[in-house]
Design a protein around this ligand. Structure first.
Ligand SMILES: Cc1cc2nc3c(=O)[nH]c(=O)nc-3n(C[C@H](O)[C@H](O)[C@H](O)COP(=O)(O)OP(=O)(O)OC[C@H]3O[C@@H](n4cnc5c(N)ncnc54)[C@H](O)[C@@H]3O)c2cc1C
Ligand code: FES
Length: 274
């Protein structure tokens, strides 16, 4: 984990409330693995003193891109960044997605800016698969063309029907699963709202496939110290171990999303807590 002062190279509007911030990051950029995140602070903007976590959308050697949605004061302050400004980066943080094996069909499922956490994974994969991209409306469908350019199939759904099929992303996934009965060696990788992740988890467990889910939670330190980001997980051979908080009699523990996550295999997540 490193701390770096990064120059803003560009900060362009993508669509609706979404922008892409490109930073010079010769130290952190080359170390980022798909699904990892950075904790960003805006030193010269006093209205956003705390760091905010963002998945790394793209890294290309010495640069690093974040695809972000303007939702509050921190992200609105980010929208005002211009080339020549600097930000403070802490990263790369967390445990990202496991590498994709050549002999499986990867199935990516994203809601809104969840596409940002999955793009680097798709770029580095040794095989192409299919991406289900969902959002409320057209503006929430992000970088679908980028996935198509690198050879992935993209299925789009919007809740208002303004782009792709009308409905939820998991409805499109269900339709595809009914059709594609001959491809049993599949693994799901997903990032988006909790309700979507839970639905993906149900499909994966019913079909006997693995699903690696990137959880999004409010964060404090990003470094495992403040416990602001905990998630209840099963204690199992594949689950993260946090000795300090293990409740062996109940078979569960609190995992810190910033440190043991943000990516977990769906069978390790206990959905009803906290
Ligand atoms: C591991 C991780 C990766 C992330 N990656 C991305 C990304 O690639 N692109 C992106 O746009 N955002 C991402 N986020 C969410 C991002 O961190 C928040 O949107 C951001 O911190 C909001 O800051 P703000 O000051 O603008 O909003 P605030 O003023 O703090 O909050 C505005 C509104 O957003 C809600 N909110 C704030 N943070 C979160 C959150 N983490 N999850 C759900 N709701 C939240 C608040 O409850 C409030 O309603 C990620 C979060 C995590 C934990
Ligand atoms: S954000 Fe502080 S422990 Fe995770």
């Amino acid at each position: 984990m490193l701390i770096e002062t990064a120059d803003v190279l560009s900060n362009n509007l993508l669509t609706g409330e979404y922008r892409v911030l490109v930073l010079a990051s010769p130290q952190i950029g080359p170390q980022v693995q798909p699904g990892q995140f950075v904790h960003l602070r805006l030193p010269h903007l006093t209205e956003a003193v705390l760091r905010r976590p963002f998945s790394v959308f793209m890294t290309d050697g010495a640069t690093l891109s974040l695809l972000y949605k303007c939702v509050g004061k921190g992200t609105r302050a980010m929208a005002r960044l211009r080339p020549g400004d600097t930000v403070s980066l802490l990263g790369p943080l967390g445990k990202g997605f496991p590498p994709i094996d050549r002999d499986i069909t990867p199935v990516l499922v994203a809601g809104g800016y969840g596409m940002a956490a999955l793009y680097l994974l798709a770029r580095q994969a040794p095989v192409q698969g299919i991406v289900f991209a969902g959002g409320a409306r057209t503006e929430d469908i992000l970088c679908a063309d980028d996935f198509e350019t690198i050879g992935w199939q993209v299925r789009i759904t919007t809740e208002d029907g303004s782009r792709g099929d009308k409905g939820l992303v998991t409805e499109a996934l269900d339709a595809w699963l009914r059709q594609e009965r001959t491809s049993p060696a599949r693994v799901f990788f997903a990032c988006g709202p909790m309700s979507m992740l839970k639905a993906v988890s149900q499909r994966a467990q019913t079909g006997g496939w693995k699903a690696w889910l990137s959880l999004d939670r409010h964060m404090g330190c990003g470094l495992g110290a403040c416990l602001a980001c905990v998630q209840k997980v099963r204690v199992s051979p594949s689950s993260p171990q946090n000795e300090a908080t293990v409740k062996p009699e109940a078979g569960w523990t609190w995992a810190r999303i910033c440190t043991e996550g943000p990516v977990f295999e769906c069978r390790d997540i206990l959905w009803d807590e906290p």
